[in-house]
Design a protein around this ligand. Structure first.
Ligand SMILES: *Cc1c(COP(=O)(O)O)cnc(C)c1O
Length: 369
């Protein structure tokens, strides 16, 4: 049996030679950052690939989200309806903008925000909704937009997990006022570190440009108090190389995912999220639920796999609202479904180059219990 450490993911990398060839021109140009040629090329290519009207590249997914919220210029103390069943970055981006997160419960079927519970949380202070396409499970984008229109709220999707997904043949970045992607090394598409914002209103491009480049608009002109959140040329080249191989990456994940699911479905007490029939999915993650009729609790299974060199992850436990920095600070709202999922979720190893031996070992371990 496979005795190597099996991690939850492994960063996809282009063939070594491909990358080395691609970065060679930098030794002539000596142009390493500041919206260089490769930054521009990746921005164009991603805009086409994601089929969105506009796109802005950013140094990472978190800054993309934080600066997008900042660019909307909400009044301080405004309330943002979001979910706690996500990576901590989503909540941090709201709070770091001096806004208040209002945690809405999620749906058990797919872990996305429960659109039926949003309206009850809206007050005169509500300024935006920040839903998360968690694991690439697409939120109910139509219902959310109807609510946003009715109350004149902005919608900013945390689409960090949703790279390459289409919904009803539409790029996922076309919904809401903006969608934020992460290209972190652990994500399905990576630029080592990186991120992007997709949006329809071109004015946001200018605002983000200022925020990510110190507000510099000319050699002697600074018009805004911006930060520094530019993607550098080496990362952009990594992205260009990985983008060339993205369909292969999806395909390799898909066969592995489907094999896993076929095997896991037979196991009593293990269940999976419902897949959305209108979606072309990206197979970024393999989240499973360890129900009460399984032979072990989620935590026990996690430890047992770890003892056997299989490193699964409890994404997302604890809820962000329960983290030390946020606990008891915001409006108390019933989060029964979020808690239920968070206590039972386990993400199993999945990536394009994951060895079949490793998958068989993981399934064997889960079945044996
Ligand atoms: C990864 C991730 C982010 C942050 O992206 P980085 O590129 O790591 O900064 C934000 N939200 C979610 C849901 C994520 O998984």
């Amino acid at each position: 049996m496979n005795d190597k450490k099996i991690l939850v993911t492994q960063s996809s990398m282009p063939p070594y030679i491909e990358f080395i060839e691609a970065i060679k021109p930098l030794w002539d140009s000596h142009w390493l950052t500041n919206m260089g040629e490769y930054h521009q090329e990746l921005e164009r290519n991603l805009k086409d690939y994601l089929a969105v009207p506009h796109l802005s590249l950013v140094v990472n997914g978190h800054m993309a989200l934080e600066l997008t919220i900042q660019a909307m210029r909400f009044p301080e103390g405004g309330e943002v309806i979001t979910t706690p069943f996500t990576f901590i970055s989503t909540t941090h981006a709201i709070v770091r903008n001096r806004l208040k997160p209002v945690f809405c419960d999620v749906k058990l079927e797919d872990g996305t925000i429960d659109e039926a519970k949003i309206e009850n949380l809206i007050t005169e202070h509500t300024v935006a909704i920040v839903p998360v396409h968690v694991y690439g499970n697409v939120c109910n984008v139509e219902a959310i937009q109807i609510i946003a229109n009715k109350y004149n709220l902005k919608v900013i999707y945390d689409a960090a997990h949703a790279f390459g997904i289409t919904y009803k043949h539409n790029g996922i970045g076309n919904y809401g006022d903006a969608s934020v992607f992460s290209f972190h090394a652990t994500k399905v598409f990576n630029t080592v570190e990186g991120g992007a914002v997709a949006f329809s209103d071109y004015k946001l491009y200018e605002k983000l440009y200022n925020l990510k480049n110190f507000g510099i608009r000319g050699e002697e002109l600074v018009t805004e108090i911006g930060a520094n959140a530019k993607m550098n040329e080496l990362c952009a080249i990594m992205g260009l190389c990985n983008l060339k191989n993205i369909e292969k990456n999806f395909a390799e994940r898909k066969v592995r995912y489907e094999y896993y699911v076929e095997q896991l479905r037979e196991i009593r007490g293990i269940s999976l999220f419902e897949s959305n029939p209108h979606t072309r999915w990206n197979y970024a993650y393999l989240p499973i639920l360890i129900n009460d009729d399984y032979a072990m609790s989620r935590d026990e299974l996690y430890e047992y796999l770890k003892d056997n060199n299989v490193f699964s992850r409890k994404y997302f436990y604890p809820l962000t609202s329960d983290q030390a920095c946020f606990k008891n600070k915001y409006r108390e709202i019933e989060l029964d479904h979020s808690r239920w999922l968070s206590d039972r979720i386990l993400v199993l190893p999945l990536y394009g180059e994951l060895e079949w031996d490793a998958i068989k070992k993981i399934i064997y371990l889960i079945k044996k219990v």
